[in-house]
Design a protein around this ligand. Structure first.
Ligand SMILES: Cc1cc2nc3c(=O)[nH]c(=O)nc-3n(C[C@H](O)[C@H](O)[C@H](O)COP(=O)(O)O)c2cc1C
Length: 327
């Protein structure tokens, strides 16, 4: 069993913004590092107010992430973020959205390796930049691209490569390609982080068993679904180290966070979102998105989860939440 040194919360645009991250950290331990959803670096060299709020004030547990296809815009963004105190900036080479891909940003850059090389040359020829990590897929069309992309990344001084082993065409569905992950990782001498489909402590331990030199795992949907997942991984990894590995299954029954804690967590999010959004509709929209993920922890409450999906007013929402969490 390898040691999981770092567990990070993946960037998720529309979900893991500053309010969510702050409240998550207040209620659930276990996450060492959070990433901002992508900050778009454009040619006007100005972040939107909403984007500035993502990384200011300085937070030592946060890695800001930048999305752009232009080296000079990345350099501007990285310097701006470094000026705010950050030692690392993460480059997004994974976003699969068509609006991003067609502009040769995110995973769109993986489809044109010449443009990608020019982009990386431009970034790494700049001086006074913070450390740069990258979050990448294993290819645009096919996992066969993993080897070449790994070789390409190896030419640059990335402080870390976060690999989500899917191609752009997969978006977030289908199975992750662990062979392609191994191939890309094998080409790299810098630290590598694994990201994709970790939903239980067993998933995390399986990845760490398969790849003992991977000490950093990044979790997105699994943590939104079960906000206590990182803590559970930590608890179980201590248990796992102190017991016979054959007993892992006995101690790793699926659990879910205490209802009272979850109730406080979702109620606090409701209150905090109500302070920043002007209307109840926006708050409901945010909470519905969270329950879309968290619902997987409460399969026996499908009726109430359906009602949350459809509800139009705060009191209907709170009534259904009470039914799920007050027992
Ligand atoms: C709604 C949503 C928003 C996302 N936003 C971002 C983003 O801003 N930056 C990024 O690098 N990845 C983003 N991702 C991808 C996640 O960070 C992560 O790579 C992906 O969900 C796979 O990991 P998981 O299986 O642990 O969720 C997003 C994914 C989803 C579902």
């Amino acid at each position: 069993m390898s040691v999981i040194k770092t567990i990070s919360f993946a960037p998720m645009e529309g979900i893991t913004g500053p309010t969510y991250r702050r409240v998550h950290r207040e209620f659930f331990s276990g996450v060492d590092r959070y990433y901002t959803p992508f900050l778009a670096a454009n040619k006007n060299h100005k972040f939107k107010h909403r984007e500035t709020r993502e990384f200011l004030p300085y937070d030592p547990c946060l890695v800001p992430q930048v999305l752009t296809g232009k080296a000079e815009d990345f350099v501007w963004a990285a310097k701006t973020i470094a000026d705010a105190g950050y030692e690392e900036v993460n480059l997004n080479l994974g976003c699969p959205a068509s609006t991003v891909v067609t502009k040769k940003k995110g995973s769109g850059l993986l489809a044109d390796t010449y443009a990608l090389e020019c982009f990386l040359d431009g970034i790494f020829s700049a001086t006074d930049l913070p450390k740069i990590s990258v979050k990448t897929r294993i290819g645009f069309n096919s996992p066969d691209e993993a080897e070449y992309l790994g070789e390409l990344y190896a030419n640059y001084p990335f402080c870390e490569v976060v690999i989500h082993p899917r191609v752009r065409q997969d978006f977030y569905s289908g199975v992750t390609d662990l062979d392609a992950f191994r191939i890309m990782k094998g080409k790299l001498s810098c630290p590598v982080c694994y990201n994709g489909d970790i939903r239980t402590p067993e998933d995390a331990f399986r990845i760490c068993d398969m790849f003992p030199d991977v000490h950093h795992i990044m979790i997105g949907r699994g943590l939104v679904s079960d906000p206590a997942l990182a803590k559970e991984i930590r608890i179980q990894s201590v248990d796992v180290e102190s017991v016979d590995s054959e007993k892992v299954d006995v101690i790793s029954d699926p659990t879910r966070p205490d209802n009272e804690l979850m109730r406080e967590f979702v109620d606090t999010l409701w209150r905090e979102y109500s302070e920043i959004f002007s209307g109840e509709r926006d708050v409901l929209f945010k909470m519905k998105e969270l329950w879309f993920h968290m619902g997987s922890m409460y399969p026996e409450y499908s009726k109430q989860l359906d009602a949350i999906k459809k509800c139009r007013h705060a009191d209907e929402y709170h009534e259904q939440v009470r039914k799920i969490l007050d027992r």
